[in-house]
Design a protein around this ligand. Structure first.
Ligand code: ZN
Length: 296
C-alpha cells in the first residue's frame, strides 16, 4: 500500500510516494507550467507508482467547501493559467483513487503537529516566510477552514518608523504582512538580494518587528500552543531571537502564560520537517483519505 503526496506550488510541484508508515520512498519535482503540460506529468508519475490514495497540499486560495460544486479548485491566484482550475477533480478523474486536498500551509501545520515541532499539541500555527507568506492554523486538532481558510499572509500591520517602504509591495493591500515581510520586501529595502545581507543589518530589525506583530495577532486570535516559522527567509536563524524578543515586548505582559513569559524559545520555533513539512502533510491527508474510504 502506497500513499501519494503532492505539494503544489506556484513555481514547482513536489511529488512524493510514501509507505503507509510515513517512510518516503520516492520523490520528484517538476516546474509548475500551464496545467495542460503539468497535470499529465503528475498523473503519469502517480500512475507509474501505483499509489492507493493521494493527498494534496496546494497553493491557493482554494475552494475547500465540501458542498461546493467547485470543491478543490484553485480560485483567485495571480497565476492566470491556474485560476479556477479544478485541481482535485482533475487528479481524481485521472487516478480514480481517494484524494484529499488542503492548503500547503494547513498540510504543513498538520505534519508539524503530528510528527514535528508541535508534536503532541492540539493547537499550533505554521507560517512560511519566503517569496510569499502563508499560514496554516490547527485548533483543537482540527485544521481551520471556516469561510475559506486563513490567509495569514495578508493581515494588516502597523508600519515600522524607519521603514523606507511602509506600504509594502503587495499588489492588493497597503501595509499587509506579505507586502512588508516576504523576501521581495526585504529585497526592495536593501535594493538587492536579501540573501546576501549580513545578519546585523538593521533591515532585519524591521523584518522582526513585522513578524512579531504577526505572532502577536496569531496568539491573540488563535491561541496556539506553539508557533512554527518556516520558509526561505526563516533559514536565517538569527531572526528567531529578534522575533521572540519583539513578540514579548509587543505583548507587554498581557498574556500571562509561562510559554510566553519564560519559555518563548520553545514557543516560537523553526520547522522540524523543513523543507518537506508540506509534503509530509500531504501524505497525512492522503492517508486519512485512504482510511476514510476503507471505513465506508
Ligand atoms: Zn496583501
Amino acid at each position: 500500500m502506497k500513499i501519494g503526496a503532492l505539494e503544489a506550488g506556484g513555481t514547482k510541484m513536489v511529488m512524493g510516494v510514501f509507505q503507509k508508515d510515513g517512510t518516503l520512498i520516492q520523490q520528484k519535482t517538476l516546474p509548475t507550467q500551464e496545467p495542460d503540460i503539468t497535470l499529465p506529468r503528475i498523473l503519469e508519475f502517480f500512475q507509474d507508482q501505483r499509489v492507493n490514495a493521494l493527498g494534496i497540499g496546494s497553493f491557493g486560495p482554494l475552494d475547500l467547501n465540501a458542498d461546493s460544486p467547485t470543491y478543490g479548485s484553485i480560485t483567485s491566484t495571480p497565476k492566470l493559467a491556474w485560476r479556477n482550475y479544478p485541481l482535485v477533480q482533475a487528479l481524481w478523474a485521472g487516478l480514480k483513487i481517494p484524494c484529499a486536498i488542503d492548503t500547503d500551509v494547513n498540510a504543513a501545520v498538520l505534519a508539524e503537529a503530528t510528527l514535528g515541532a508541535a508534536r503532541g499539541l492540539s493547537s499550533a500555527v505554521y507560517v512560511t516566510v519566503g517569496t510569499g507568506i502563508g499560514g496554516g492554523v490547527l485548533v483543537d486538532g482540527q485544521l481551520v477552514h471556516g469561510l475559506l481558510h486563513p490567509e495569514v499572509g495578508h493581515i494588516l500591520l502597523r508600519p515600522h518608523l524607519n521603514d523606507p517602504i511602509p506600504k509594502g509591495v503587495c499588489p492588493y493591500h497597503d501595509g499587509c504582512l506579505e507586502g512588508l515581510a516576504a523576501g521581495p520586501a526585504i529585497g526592495a529595502r536593501v535594493q538587492g538580494d536579501a540573501r546576501l545581507v549580513l545578519d546585523q543589518d538593521p533591515v532585519f530589525d524591521i523584518e522582526a518587528y513585522y513578524l512579531a506583530q504577526m505572532c502577536v495577532n496569531l496568539i491573540l486570535i488563535a491561541s496556539p500552543q506553539r508557533i512554527i516559522l518556516g520558509g526561505g527567509v526563516m533559514e536565517r536563524k538569527a531572526l528567531f531571537p529578534k522575533v521572540r524578543k519583539e513578540t514579548v515586548r509587543l505583548l507587554s505582559g498581557y498574556i500571562q502564560h509561562s510559554s510566553i513569559l519564560e519559555g518563548i524559545e520553545e514557543y516560537i520555533v523553526p520547522a522540524d520537517l523543513f523543507p518537506i513539512s508540506g509534503l509530509m502533510g500531504a501524505y497525512l491527508l492522503g492517508r486519512k483519505a485512504y482510511e476514510k474510504e476503507r471505513r465506508v
